[in-house]
Design a protein around this ligand. Structure first.
Ligand code: NAG
Ligand code: NAG
Ligand code: NAG
Ligand code: NAG
Length: 249
């Protein structure tokens, strides 16, 4: 559900576009401005629509002069006017960003944008402001959340035959909050021959990437041994099977 609300009193009757824009900024901080239930969640790297359609009936005198988009996001924490749509033109205001495209129709009072390759920095509040002369500035707000999906993987480090301890494999768990923890399971015969370390990195998305590296001597004996990477998160274990591969030089 998306709200539209007229939040300006009548009487600010100045048609200069710049003034309208500045006033719209002030207006959007109005305590009566509503944050919509219009909330959208998209995975990092995904594409989403930011819908914006004026539903109020306009009076005969009303003229939609402009649709402008504002945002306040992780990446742009200060209110940022970033897209302006008029009868003749639809453009980004503050520097290029090809990920945003206008797909609405000005004549139908539809200011819908498409955002592709979403980043966690895009998470925040988006406002679509209609500048209508003389009646006001109905505003539609959308709360966008860009999610980092949980991913688990195990990979060979392609060790070559030798007698010195080297990394044999890495196991990675990303997109977790709180952090996932990683351990390895081996047959009894292998237990004394391997060890592992792990590291966790907090990402800008507020989730953690944990990487565990399995170490051992890359000998013939351990070649083709089966191990399991166990990723634990909130009491649940997921096991990834892995077969150690030692390469000849
Ligand atoms: C607004 O435009 C978008 C993109 O073309 C379209 O999908 C949507 O249906 C339109 N909204 C309305 C209410 O017509
Ligand atoms: C998507 O955005 C990321 C940065 O957030 C960039 O590294 C990547 O190249 C972009 N991918 C495409 C297909 O544009
Ligand atoms: C990291 O590895 C050590 C052993 O090297 C282990 O004691 C610890 O619990 C591990 N931590 C996580 C978060 O997996
Ligand atoms: C999950 O794996 C850890 C580490 O291997 C183990 O200590 C724990 O008992 C397992 N928990 C469950 C529910 O299987």
């Amino acid at each position: 559900m998306i709200f539209a609300s007229f939040s300006l009193p009548y009487g600010v009757l100045m048609s200069h576009t710049l003034f309208l824009l500045v006033f719209a900024l002030v207006c959007s901080r109005d305590a009566r401005a509503q944050v919509a239930d219009g909330s959208i969640t998209v995975d990092e790297g995904g594409t989403t629509i930011l819908p914006c359609k004026l539903t109020q009936k306009l009076s005969e005198n009303d003229n939609v002069e402009q649709i402008s988009w504002q945002r306040k996001t992780k990446g742009k924490p200060k209110l940022d006017n970033f897209f302006t749509i008029t009868k003749d033109d639809a453009r980004l205001v503050n520097g290029p960003d090809r990920r945003f495209k206008f797909i609405g129709a000005f004549a139908e009072h539809n200011g819908t944008l498409k955002l592709s390759n979403a980043s966690v920095l895009d998470t925040g509040i988006y406002s679509c402001v209609f500048s209508i002369f003389p009646s006001g500035y109905p505003t539609i707000k959308i709360e966008l959340t860009v999610r980092v999906p949980q991913r688990r993987s195990v990979e060979s480090t392609q060790p070559t035959l030798g007698n010195k301890e080297v990394p044999l494999a890495t196991c990675t768990a990303s997109g977790f909050k709180p952090p996932a923890s990683i351990s390895w399971q081996t047959d009894d015969g292998l237990k004394d021959k391997v060890r592992w370390t792990n590291s966790s990195t907090l990402q800008i998305s507020d989730t953690t990437t944990t990487v565990s590296t399995l170490f051992g001597k890359p000998t013939k004996e351990i070649n083709r041994n089966k191990v399991q990477c166990v990723i634990s998160f909130e009491g649940q274990n997921k096991t990834l099977d892995f077969e150690i591969q030692i390469y000849c030089e």
